[in-house]
Structures are given as C-alpha cells and as structure tokens.
Design a protein around this ligand. Structure first.
Ligand SMILES: N[C@@H](CCC(=O)N[C@@H](CS)C(=O)NCC(=O)O)C(=O)O
Length: 301
C-alpha cells in the first residue's frame, strides 16, 4: 500500500464499534474519554507534509469535534393531543437542529409540567435546549447557541450580516405575522392540545386577548384577509426567490415556516391561497429533512 493510500485509509478511521458500546462496569464518560484520546492520538501522530495528510487530520478533527458537540443534547418541547406538535417555537428549533444535523433526544412536556420547566430553566416557556450543563431557553438564543456550538455544521445564518437579518425576521414574524394568524386559528387550537392542557391554554390566552378565543376569531373572513395582508412582503420575496434566505433555506425560513406549521397542524382552515408562491415554499419546507414537516399527526378529523 503506497503512502498516500495508507494516509487516505487512515483518514477514514472510525473507532471500533465495540468501543462505543456500553460495557458492564464501564461508564459512558470513561468510554467517551477513550474515544477522544484515540482521536487526539490520530490527530497528533500524522505528519504535516501533504494534502492527503491534512485531509486525514481534518477528518479526525471533525470526529473529535463531533464527539464533543453531540454530547447529551436534549430538546424539551411541548407535546399536544396524541403526540401532536403544534408549537411554532418548537418547530423552528426542530428545523434548526435538523439543519445542523446534530443528534438530540426529545423530552416532551405539557403546560402542566411547568414546575419541571421552571426548575430546569428558571422560567416557564418552552422549548428548552440542554447541552451538557448548559440550559438555553428563548428560541432566538437557542438558534444562536446552536450556531456557536456547532460552527463546523451548516450555518443557520450565513455569517454576522445574515444573523442580524434573521433577528429582524424573528421580530417581524412575532409582531406582524403571529398576532393576525392567531386571530384566524385560535378557536380551533384547543383540540390539538393534550386534554389536561386545554383549560390552562384557554384561560391564559383569553386573559392575554381580553376576550374569548371564539370572539377573537369572530368574522373569520376579515381575520383571514388581515393575515394575508400581513403576508404581502413574504409573498413578494417568494415570487422572486425560492426561500426567504435565497437559494437555500436557513433559520429565517424556519422562523416564518414555524408559524405556518402552527396553522397547518393547529386548525383545519387553509390560510394560504392554493398555488401561490407561499404555498409552493411551504410545500418545499414541509419536505425538507426527509419530510420533517409531516413527522407528527395533523389536525384531528
Ligand atoms: N419568546 C419565546 C416564546 C416561547 C413560547 O411562548 N412558548 C410557548 C410554547 S407553547 C409556551 O411555552 N407557553 C407556555 C405558557 O403560555 O404558559 C421563544 O421564542 O422561545
């Protein structure tokens, strides 16, 4: 075997699978340390003098980073009736995690689990991301955290300027799209929540709205028109380009799409005109990451 071939093969080294199995009496932490040491040896042992060598070092470095970065990532998200996922905030982070391609574990929580959420994060909103000892809440902060922790994975923002623009999209969708959309779908929403959460949802949302969910959604045609007017900038952008972020989707798309997921899964009403640029974009967004948008049940028939 020539030197280059040997180096290329070395670049493909994967740790023996037996090492990654939990053996009786050996803690996962000790095994992880073994993996890291083995990879560190590969990284430091190879010489510096060819392209193949640097590829090999890069491969080993990526494995090393991957092993650190994938340590105990847990996603706490609100789960609804019979496993439904109606929360827009969860959807944007689910897509962000899929975009980064990092493995994670899900802990479903209900509104009623407020103490668990509070004990973990010091506040009551979900989703929450736990990574090792770090606990992050607030979706914008979670997205920024993922971007910082997994810099070698596909970028959610495409750099500092993109991050600034995504921050604007976050604020725009929360203030200009979410409120009129909720006035279209909120009366339908309790049906997708876990039965123990329905009374809490109704009471807390009616308190915030200052009226019943049904009154908030009265005169449905005008509510739908108001939402569609709010969507004009989105329709204009999607007439000119396939995704909000340009040729390919990124976090700006996930933020806005998450509201359309809330509508799609939280109400039987269609909120976008068939065949419109927004409808085409939504179809593409649903299909991303192996049809991620269809992974959970839809509105109960
Ligand atoms: N600004 C927050 C909003 C999160 C949010 O409102 N989460 C809802 C998801 S269903 C929630 O936890 N609500 C709990 C409650 O209303 O008590 C974020 O972006 O993370």
């Amino acid at each position: 075997m020539g030197a280059h071939r040997a180096i290329a093969v070395m670049g493909q080294i994967r740790l023996p699978t037996a090492w990654s199995r939990t053996r009786a009496g050996t803690s996962a932490v000790v095994q992880k340390a073994g993996h890291i040491l083995a990879l560190a040896l590969v990284v430091s042992w190879v010489p510096h003098d060819s392209k193949a060598v640097s590829l090999c070092r890069e491969n080993a470095r990526q494995q090393l980073i991957g092993r650190f970065a994938s340590m105990s990532l847990t996603f706490y998200e609100r789960v609804g009736h019979e496993g439904r996922r109606p929360s827009p905030f969860s959807w944007r982070i689910r897509y962000a995690l899929a975009h980064k391609g990092v493995p994670f574990e899900v802990r479903p929580v209900r509104f009623a689990d407020v103490e668990t959420i509070r004990n973990l994060s010091g506040q009551h909103l979900t989703p929450i991301l736990k990574h090792g000892d770090d606990v992050v809440h607030e979706t914008w902060d979670i997205a920024c955290y993922l971007e910082e922790q997994f810099p070698d994975r596909p970028s959610l923002f495409g750099g500092e300027i993109g991050r600034g623009i995504a921050h604007f999209i976050n604020a725009w969708s929360e203030t200009q799209l979410g409120p009129p959309l909720r006035r279209v779908i909120y009366a339908d929403f309790p049906a997708v929540l876990d039965s123990v959460d329905r009374a809490y949802f109704r009471a807390s949302r009616e308190r915030a709205l200052g009226m019943s969910l049904e009154d908030a959604c009265a005169d449905p045609e005008s509510k739908l028109t108001a939402f569609q007017e709010a969507c004009v900038p989105l329709a204009r952008v999607l007439t000119a380009q396939p995704y909000i972020c340009g040729a390919a989707p990124a976090y700006g798309d996930y933020i806005v799409f998450s509201l359309f997921q809330m509508a799609r899964l939280g109400s039987p009403k269609e909120v976008i005109a068939e065949g419109s640029p927004i409808a085409t974009w939504r179809t593409h967004m649903i299909a991303l990451f192996d049809d991620l948008g269809n992974r959970f049940p839809g509105y109960p028939k």
